[in-house]
Write a protein that binds this ligand. Structure first.
Ligand code: XUL
Ligand code: CO
Length: 437
């Protein structure tokens, strides 16, 4: 195998004392956390689009990330070579999974039929490399936003032909995902939203989006694909208002359209930030409704205010994520996908390693901290005690539905005044969290 990253050998765990920047300090795949191997619990995934297609271009400037192996063209030959690059990178990193959009791995041809043929060719190579390396596909998805035909959206386009084109593209993407043993299939809105309500029939667009998801699920069933469907919330970008705004909006859409049990959520950190939420809020909101399927791990920059997709390095953030993820025993069949890109200024291939090593170590460390907190029940005991008035007496009657408004009035007329409130102790709890960090 020709080596695209000759200066890097397999990244190994060396422990927190190591000074080797090409080694894990905290991510130790075989280490047991709450009865699971770290590798099986975290299920790290590399995002093909950022890591192997990212060019560093931004609205103000041309590509900066020029790779010796990539001629920058959309040729099939170039795409096939990128597969070799990707699998060498992921193998050396030791991540068990990767994810793609159809068009990241496979260029678009001159017709849908030609695009499908090219995709088959690339998929055959992906399969070969998966078998050779043991790397698996966490999820597949379709790019329904780059081509100008999707200018008004895909499933929510005002143009029925565009809906049909998107359906055909997703049909193929699900088939290839299935063929490659993909464990999930993701819907991210792309351009499913609107720029202006003056020209938008919101009801019709939302109905079409629901129809699209049912059609996707019907097709998946018909070919025996049993992977989990995931809906990825994002409030804005590229449209002014995306229909998949946040976890709550997505759950409402899922319930309103009988998609419960069919579609769960893929929660992304920077999207949570753009929605004005914390990642922990979005994760917890999804978890309590049995809908936390997978995560796109990254982080934004609070001073920039757009979807910067940076690698996560903040231990508070990863600890908070893992408190929620451990509470539901992991994410399987989902995982932790680094939907993150190196900065425009980080121009060397080795920066791709530093970025992923940092993200994996930050999550591994957050996992250990969260597990230690959970072992001592520090937050759990406090929260349980805080709501203990609902564990007996009138609280139990409220929760089990045996007390009416009239009963509650009688109770309070007799009692005269509510029991005194207790302190929320926020500062103390923040101090306790810091002790575990
Ligand atoms: C866009 C985004 C997507 C999805 C997959 O912000 O997060 O890359 O993760 O389509
Ligand atoms: Co994402």
């Amino acid at each position: 195998m020709s080596e695209y990253f000759p200066e890097v050998s397999k990244i190994e765990y060396e422990g927190p004392e190591s000074k080797n920047q090409l080694a894990y300090k905290y991510y130790n795949p075989d280490e047991q956390i709450e009865g699971q191997r770290m590798e099986d619990l975290l299920r790290f995934s590399v995002a093909y689009w950022h890591t192997f297609r990212g060019t560093g271009s931004d609205p103000f400037g041309a590509p900066t990330l020029l790779r010796s192996w990539d001629d920058g063209s959309d040729s099939v030959e170039n795409a096939l070579k990128r597969v070799d690059v990707a699998f060498e990178f992921i193998s050396k990193l030791g991540a068990p999974y990767y994810c793609f959009h159809d068009r990241d791995v496979s260029p678009e041809g001159n017709s849908l039929a030609e695009s499908n043929d090219i995709f088959d060719k690339i998929a055959a190579k992906l399969k070969e490399k998966q078998d050779e390396t043991g790397i698996k596909l966490l999820w597949g998805t379709a790019n329904l936003f780059s081509n100008p035909r999707f200018m008004h959206g895909a499933a929510t386009s005002c143009n029925a032909d565009v809906f049909a084109y998107a359906a055909a593209q997703v049909k193929k993407a699900i088939e290839v995902t299935h063929q490659l043993g993909g464990e999930n299939y993701v819907f991210w809105g792309g351009r499913e939203g609107y720029m202006n309500l003056y020209n938008t029939d919101m009801k019709r667009e939302l109905d079409h989006l629901a129809r699209f998801m049912h059609l996707a699920h019907d097709h998946a069933k018909s070919i025996g694909f049993e992977g989990q469907f995931l809906f990825e919330p994002k409030p804005k970008e590229p449209t002014k208002h995306q229909y998949d705004f946040d976890a709550a909006a997505c759950m409402n859409f899922i319930r309103a359209n009988n998609l419960e049990g069919i579609v769960k959520l893929n929660i992304e950190t920077n999207h949570a930030t753009l929605a004005g939420h914390t990642m922990m809020h979005e994760l917890e909101y999804a978890r309590i409704q049995d809908s936390l399927g997978s995560i796109d791990a990254n982080t934004g920059d609070l001073l920039l205010g757009w979807d910067t997709d940076q690698f996560p390095t903040d231990i508070y953030l990863t600890t908070q994520c893992m408190l929620v993820i451990l509470e539901q025993g992991g994410l399987t069949p989902g995982g932790i996908n680094f939907d993150a890109k190196v900065r425009r200024e980080s121009i060397d291939p080795i920066d791709l390693f530093h970025a992923h090593i940092g993200g994996m170590d930050a999550f591994a460390r957050g996992t250990k901290i969260a597990a230690a907190m959970r072992a001592d029940n520090v937050l759990k005991d406090f929260v349980k005690e805080r709501y203990s008035s609902f564990d007996s007496g009138i609280g139990t009657k409220i929760e089990n539905g045996s007390a009416s408004f009239a009963d509650l009035e009688t109770y309070m007329l007799e009692k005269g005044e509510a029991d005194a409130n207790k302190s929320g102790r926020q500062e103390m709890l923040e101090n306790i969290v810091n002790q575990y960090l």
